[in-house]
Design a protein around this ligand. Structure first.
Ligand code: GAR
Length: 201
């Protein structure tokens, strides 16, 4: 069976990228990592990816159209024969046209129990709401932000005295387990079904 190729889009630290790459590297997930792409040139995750021997690329978003940005992303993803895209702390919103090209094949991780606290400023809003529980969600990406069907959700407590950073750290530990689980689910669904773009020379 052909192993699918997973490419990972990041904007920063890259700890979820590392969790996904480790799971593929150790064969917990039967997939290869194609390329790690960042829209931020000095994202620390690029060095982490290089440490795994994963090719990296930078596609800046600033100062040009979303269409041009996404055309460059698409060319690199195709070059590395990508079947699945994982957004791992990738802080750009993809257009409906791009998402539709990859229908059902883009995953995202978000640090809340969606549909609660979609969008930005998640930890502050979670603490301000006074909820006792939070967590993370891995979902398929659709044209609407932070929606799309949910593959895995993992819950963590919100403790008295939590700050944004203590809560973020607790959720992050859950993310590093949840994201590989969700990717394994998608890989098992798509393993025998490479992306149609792969047939285009
Ligand atoms: C993670 O907490 C992820 O859930 C969040 O960014 C962080 C990236 O950390 N993503 C979002 O907020 C997306 N809306 P990482 O770079 O160490 O993986």
């Amino acid at each position: 069976m052909i192993k699918p190729t997973v490419s990972i889009l990041i904007s920063g630290r890259g700890s979820n990228m590392e969790a996904l790459a480790s799971a593929c590297d150790s064969k917990v997930i039967p997939a290869n990592v194609g390329v790690v792409i960042s829209n931020i040139a000095d994202a620390p995750g690029l060095d982490r990816a290089a440490g795994f021997g994963i090719p990296t690329a930078v596609v800046p978003h600033a100062g040009r159209s979303k269409a041009a940005f996404e055309a460059d992303l698409q060319a690199i993803l195709k070059h590395y024969k990508t079947d699945i895209i994982c957004l791992a702390g990738f802080m750009r919103i993809l257009s409906a046209d791009f998402v539709n090209l990859w229908e059902g094949r883009i995953l995202n991780i978000h640090p809340s129990l969606l549909p609660d606290f979609a969008g930005t400023n998640v930890y502050a809003r979670t603490l301000a709401a006074g909820v006792r529980e939070s967590g993370c969600t891995v979902h398929r990406v659709t044209a609407e932000v932070d929606s799309g069907d949910i593959l895995v959700q993992s819950r963590v407590p919100v403790r008295a005295g939590d700050t944004e950073s203590t809560l973020a750290e607790r959720i992050l530990q859950a993310e590093h387990v949840a994201y590989p689980q969700a990717l394994a689910m998608l890989v098992s669904q798509l393993a025998a079904k490479p992306h149609p773009e792969r047939k285009v020379s």
